[in-house]
Ligand binder design. Sequence first.
Ligand code: ARG
Length: 403
Amino acid sequence: MGRAKKAVLAYSGGVDTSVCIPYLLNEWGVEEVITFAADLGQGDELEPIRRKALDAGASQSLVGDLIEPFITEFAFPAIRANALYQGRYPLSTALARPLIARRLVEIARELGADAVAHGCTGKGNDQVRFDVAIGALAPDLKVLTPAREWGMSREETIAYGERCGIPSPVSKTSPYSIDLNLLGRSIEAGPLEDPDVEPPEEVFALTASVEAAPDAPQLVEIGFEAGNPVSIDGERLDPVSLIRRANALAGRHGFGRLDMIEDRVVGIKSREIYETPGLLLLIKAHQEIESLTLGADVLRAKRQLEMQWADLVYQGLWFGALKDAIDGFIERTQGAVNGSVRLKLHKGNATVVGRSSAGNSLYVPDMATYDAGDQFDHRAAEGFIYVWGLPTRLWAASQRPQP
Ligand code: ARG
């Protein structure tokens, strides 16, 4: 493949990605390393991170605000898809990777780089997501993955960094491995590696514990248009503000924590702790407004495709053909998904207590009611059931095993 001359490195400011800079320059003979740090709403101060990359030897250190596209192009499609990997994880980390990859490729094009690089290890999902996304968007670019290949332990990495003037982490480093963005946090490692150990309260930052959550319940109303959340408690909010508001409301009441055994792409089972309060609240509300506005057959088909969509995104196939085709199906369904859902937040729960849709409800009171206004033709049920049950009766008459 030949040596890379100029590489754009996905940069977080942490030890691993910092060490990637001198490592690429000194060990792999890359002539120039440009770093890119993405603002995904994680709340880090980016200026110190920007300077840190220059101190570590980057020729240029770029930072970019990707919050808006992160929410509108990645989080909102996930809400429309009710995307929950293995029925639980709303993909808060996974959704960020194709966006970062896309921006790395854009920068590489703008600056005439022949490679992009990332600091993922060889055990995780993120390497898969980056590599596959970059390969789809820019098959000609080299993908450099020093941390996957250098074989250094944590201590050796820190020592290597110190020799290159990269300060080792100041305080005793936390035992946890954390990924953070506006959609949530993932927490792994340390004591959490024993799947039988309850996560200590210190791992959480976005959600209250059930014990500390307010005693008084709080109602929240989410408004949807064409499947997108557009308002909270009647107030129209832009997508980013809406996610922030949903995080604050749900987090305050301790809703949105997950503790699960998850199956990684590379075949490993891992124990994952997440807190994704806003995203889980919005998916729950979205599922509910769909139950009112989509027919049973569409809901059934969509449920299957939602599972596949979540698998594809988890597995790094965001830019693939099947994901694109399923997006087409979902898009087609969402025009009718309008209305609002009321939920009660209380002590770790978000319970749906009401839903309405002015123009798209398929709930017809005259059909549903048990009262005098009932318009459903009860006699029609008889013929329907005669036909519906016919194959079962025929089979039972001749083949049903006798007890
Ligand atoms: N297991 C989650 C996922 O695959 C979280 C990964 C967190 N990534 C990280 N580099 N700490 O989406």
